[in-house]
Design a protein around this ligand. Structure first.
Ligand code: FMN
Length: 197
């Protein structure tokens, strides 16, 4: 049975936001290109500073074993243990420049906007995404000939949810762990970061 872990939210939430979480167990079922492209379409329409659209994606599907093995080898050892269950894996990066040659101050932020849309669009197709900062950046740079003005940020695994018991320890148990968050008061400020003022 797929695991549901809706946000234990104090206030009303959009259904996709409420239901999104990051599973590590994926079903062995391929994702249609039409559906995959709808996720990239969602990323495409993200807001960005000056409409600079700095997001860059690398993607590999399990049905292309050579491409998939190359991408998987760029995840760190621990992340490979669960990412290898996903039918689609890849990396997201950000182009540093905007307006020709100006270094953007917001290229990571803009790329996060795109990734967030990508992730939520996935849920509309019953697909889930698990991102992974634990990737081999130097290896990705070499393997994919990443230009110097693009920073690879993160890996991701995506697919339909699988059963927790396909995962090795400790990931099978982590799959069932409760999702927790800091309270709103911890990150929203008014007059000053100093709450006494
Ligand atoms: C930028 C980023 C890097 C992450 N890196 C890893 C990682 O290397 N390995 C991992 O297992 N999970 C990783 N995660 C997943 C987070 O641990 C997860 O999103 C967080 O615990 C909140 O859980 P939720 O997404 O289910 O709400 C990463 C998530 C993000 C956004």
């Amino acid at each position: 049975m797929p695991i549901n872990k809706p946000a234990d939210a104090k206030y009303k939430l959009n259904t996709l936001i409420k239901n999104r979480w990051s599973p590590r167990a994926f079903e062995n079922k391929s994702v249609d290109n039409e559906i995959l492209n709808s996720l990239f379409e969602a990323a495409r329409w993200a807001a960005s500073c000056n409409n600079s659209q700095p997001w860059r994606f690398i993607v590999a599907k399990k049905e292309n074993p050579k491409e998939y093995a190359k991408a998987l080898s760029c995840f760190n050892e621990n992340n490979q243990k669960w990412a290898s269950t996903a039918p689609v894996i890849g990396f997201v990066g950000a182009y540093q420049l905007m307006l020709g040659d100006k270094k953007s101050r917001t290229y990571f932020y803009d790329t996060g906007m795109a990734m967030s849309q990508f992730t939520l669009q996935a849920l509309e197709h019953n697909l889930y995404i698990h991102q992974a900062g634990g990737v081999l950046l130097d290896e990705i740079k070499i393997q994919y000939e990443v230009p110097d003005d693009v920073d690879i940020i993160c890996g991701f695994a995506l697919g339909y949810q699988g059963e927790a018991d396909i995962l090795p320890e400790p990931y099978n148990e982590r799959e069932l762990q409760e999702r927790v968050r800091n309270p709103i008061e911890d990150f929203v400020f008014t007059n000053s970061f100093n709450k006494d003022k």
